[in-house]
Design a protein around this ligand. Structure first.
Ligand SMILES: [Zn+2]
Length: 451
């Protein structure tokens, strides 16, 4: 099939694909602890059925020691054709009312801007439907050998890494097609080539043996929360750049996001400025960021006039592609231990050291993907980073050393608002992904050097 034929097939498939998407969005498949299991199980069953119908006739829910099962299937391609693993996930983030949804998250809603709203419409039911569409382009007979892996717990404590380690042979392939990303803006194609890693620790700071009357002792004895605030304040300079000595930084070589677009997608409150200096791409993908993600101290309801003797804060630091997570965590721990004010006692417990990831961009799969994306969008392709971390990619890399990774999808950064209120997807992005994936598979199978 030539590009035009694939494009016209994709266009004809869209009404059906969007109906499938809406059916899936209506199932609240939240795999977090404390949420009902039934919808996640229903989502697994419905998804399995859909993928069996498009050619993965042997697809099945795989056995795992705990949690929701991944779906796995294979379609044999022509003899000697390359093997491609299609990845997406069928669980979604919760969508609590406090997030401020303007339409019901579990009622897929088409709005005037042409987008479809609902939890998971983009992340990652949009990606899942893009895989369905890709299979339908080939009437279930793709030009490559395909393996399907649909994860059921991506948004929570994933069980897939352990599954991959237990069954590495299922993941042997030439290329992973990870459809769980997106362009920075609708209609502007990018390949995601770098993901930050993530390290975390819990810092406990103590200044007193026990609580003290704040009237009797306050003013001369330091309370732990004020000391913690001063310690945390040392992590950034006045512009908001991270000041942790020894934390790696680099320069982002790919496309940049404008401050305006970033602002719009982040929904900063009026008057709040961005933090950090330099181009946005550097701040997001080439420099560390440090956030306080939890704090234990006396809550207001239980407060009284005492100096608080000890507090705990949990810190997360995103680290740049290429960095060693243990070394980056060392730098953060050293900083915390050496910057406590007033001789406060500081203990740091290391809780996470997830590595960053960088895609190889010199192989035939990447060249074919670049060509396919250019064809699908009619525009040159940029490279983007992603602030999110996907530890699974490392595990997949170990299962299939030498395999290439293509990271893309319909979750545009500017408007999709994944994990937030009013998540949405632009159907045009799903359609373009279907075209790009079909073209990529054909090109890989042909083995021809991309134009
Ligand atoms: Zn996702």
């Amino acid at each position: 099939m030539d590009s035009n034929e694939i494009a016209s097939r994709a266009s004809a498939l869209m009404p059906g694909l969007l109906a499938d998407l809406e059916r899936l969005v209506a199932i609240p498949s939240v795999a977090f602890p404390g949420y009902p299991a039934e919808p996640v199980e229903e989502m697994g069953r419905v998804t399995l059925e859909m993928f069996r119908e498009v050619g993965f006739t042997d697809a099945r829910l795989m056995e795992v020691p705990s949690g929701y099962p991944p779906i796995y299937g294979e379609i044999k391609g022509p003899e000697g054709s390359p093997t491609v693993v299609l990845y997406a996930h069928y669980d979604v983030q919760p969508a609590p009312a406090e997030q401020g949804w303007t339409s019901d998250p579990w009622t897929p809603t088409r709005k005037d801007n042409g987008r479809i709203y609902g939890r998971g419409a983009a992340d990652d039911k949009g990606g899942l439907v893009a895989h369905l569409g890709t299979l339908r382009i080939f009437d279930g007979k793709p030009p490559c050998t395909l393996k399907l892996i649909l994860e059921g717990m991506e948004e929570t404590e994933s069980n897939l890494e352990a599954f991959v380690e237990a069954h590495p042979e299922l993941f042997e392939c030439d290329l992973f097609l990870i459809c769980d990303m997106g362009n920075l803006e609708v209609g502007e194609p990018v390949l995601t080539t770098a993901l930050r890693g993530d390290v975390a620790c819990i810092v406990t700071l103590r200044t007193l043996e026990h609580p003290l009357h704040s009237g009797v002792f306050g003013g001369a004895a330091p309370d732990a929360m004020i000391a913690m605030a001063r310690l945390l304040a040392t992590l950034h300079d006045a512009d908001g750049n991270v000041t942790v000595a020894g934390a790696s930084t680099s320069v982002w070589p790919g496309v940049d996001l404008s401050e305006e677009d970033f602002r719009a997608s982040a929904d900063l409150l009026d008057g709040v400025s961005l933090v950090g200096t330099g181009q946005v791409g550097d701040r997001l993908w080439a420099r560390p960021s440090v956030s306080v993600i939890g704090l234990d101290m006396t809550d207001i309801a239980g407060s009284s006039n005492v100096l608080i003797p000890g507090v705990r804060a949990k810190l997360s630091m995103r680290i740049v592609p290429g960095a060693d997570p243990e070394k980056e965590l060392d730098a953060l721990v050293d900083h915390l231990k050496s910057h406590a004010p007033w001789g406060a006692q500081v203990e740091v417990q290391r809780t996470k050291a997830a590595p960053p990831f960088r895609c190889e961009t010199g192989g035939p799969g990447y060249a074919a993907a670049r060509w396919a994306l250019t064809e699908a969008y009619g525009k040159p392709v940029g490279e983007a980073g992603s602030g999110g971390s996907i530890p699974l990619l490392r595990t997949l890399q170990q299962a299939a050393p030498g395999a290439e990774f293509i990271l893309w999808g319909p979750e545009d950064v500017a408007l999709a608002r994944i994990h937030s209120s009013d998540e949405s997807v632009d159907p045009a992005e799903i359609q373009s992904m279907v075209v790009a994936q079909a073209l990529l598979l054909q090109r890989l199978a042909a083995g021809a050097p991309p134009a």
